[in-house]
Design a protein around this ligand. Structure first.
Ligand SMILES: C[S@@+](CC[C@H](N)C(=O)[O-])C[C@H]1O[C@@H](n2cnc3c(N)ncnc32)[C@H](O)[C@@H]1O
Length: 238
C-alpha cells in the first residue's frame, strides 16, 4: 500500500511514522508513506497557498490550484488512489471506515489549514472527506496521523499476531473485554479468579459477557446498532 500525505507543514509529520508498528511496516515494505509539501506545487515566488475568502469573513482559505497540481501530479506516479480531504465536516472516522480504507492500494491524504480549503477541492478533486471527530483541530496533520496509524496496523503482517486485531474493540461492534497482566494481586486488587483458572472455555465466556456488559453500559449507541442488526453476537446474552 502507498500513502501520500500533502501538508504545508511536513516537519509536523516527520518522525511520527518512524517508530513502533508503523516503522516496522515501512521497513518491511508493506506500506510506503510519503509526505509532500503543498508549497512545492505553487508557482509564485512566495509559494502562496492561501487567500482571502470571497464574501468576507475571518481568516484565510487554502487556494485550489496547489491542491489540484499536487494530487494530479502524484496520480501520474502510479495508481490514481483514493484522495481524502481531512475536514471536520467529513464522514466521521470509525473502525469500519478504517477497514474499508485499509484495503485500498493507495491513499492520498490532504491536510488542510487556516479556515479550510476552497470548496472546489472537496467537490471536484477528492473522493471523500473524513473527520476524526466532532472537534476542530488547527490543521489536518494530527488527523492524518490518526488515520494512517489506524490503517497501517490493519495491514497483513503489521501486528505480531492476527488475533490481536480480531478480538479488538469495534471489530465486531463490541468494546474489548478488560485485560489484566501480572501480578495477580496488586495493592489488594485481585485479577478475576476465572482468568487464572486455566479453563479456556470459561475465560472465553467471561470475556464475551464483559464485552456485552461494557458495550451496553459505555456505548449504548453501538449496542443499539448491534441489537438492530442480524449479527448473532448478541444471541449469547441473557
Ligand atoms: C481550523 S480547521 C478549519 C475548520 C473550518 N473552518 C470549519 O469550520 O469546518 C483547519 C483544518 O484542520 C483540519 N481539521 C480540523 N478539524 C478536523 C477534524 N475534526 N477532522 C479532520 N480534520 C480536521 C482540516 O484539514 C481543516 O481544513
Amino acid at each position: 500500500m502507498r500513502i501520500d500525505i500533502i501538508s504545508i507543514f511536513p516537519p509536523l509529520l516527520a518522525g511520527v511514522f518512524e517508530h513502533s508498528i508503523i516503522k516496522r511496516v515501512r521497513d518491511r515494505g508493506i506500506v510506503d508513506i510519503q509526505v509532500h509539501d503543498l508549497r512545492d506545487y505553487t508557482t509564485d515566488r512566495h509559494r502562496t497557498v492561501d487567500d482571502y475568502p470571497y464574501g468576507g469573513g475571518a481568516g484565510m482559505v487554502m487556494k485550489p490550484e496547489p491542491w489540484f497540481r499536487a494530487v494530479e501530479s502524484l496520480r501520474m506516479q502510479g495508481s490514481a488512489g483514493r484522495a481524502i480531504l481531512l475536514t471536520p465536516q467529513g464522514q466521521q472516522l470509525n473502525q469500519r471506515v478504517v477497514q474499508r480504507l485499509a484495503s485500498e492500494d493507495r491513499l492520498i491524504i490532504l491536510c488542510g489549514r487556516y479556515e479550510g480549503v476552497d470548496e472546489r477541492v472537496a467537490e471536484r478533486l477528492v473522493d471523500e472527506e473524513i473527520s476524526i471527530g466532532d472537534y476542530v483541530l488547527s490543521g489536518g496533520e494530527p488527523a492524518a496521523v490518526v488515520l494512517v496509524d489506524a490503517i497501517v496496523r490493519l495491514q497483513p503482517g503489521a501486528l505480531g499476531s492476527s488475533e490481536s486485531i480480531v478480538e479488538e474493540t469495534f471489530m465486531e461492534g463490541l468494546l474489548e473485554y478488560p485485560q489484566y497482566t501480572r501480578p495477580p494481586e496488586f495493592r489488594g486488587w485481585r485479577v478475576p479468579d476465572i482468568l487464572l483458572s486455566g479453563d479456556h472455555g470459561a475465560v472465553d465466556e467471561w470475556r464475551r459477557q464483559r464485552q456485552i456488559e461494557r458495550t451496553r453500559e459505555r456505548r449504548p449507541d453501538l449496542w443499539a446498532k448491534l441489537s438492530n442488526s442480524d449479527d448473532d453476537v448478541i444471541e449469547t446474552t441473557t
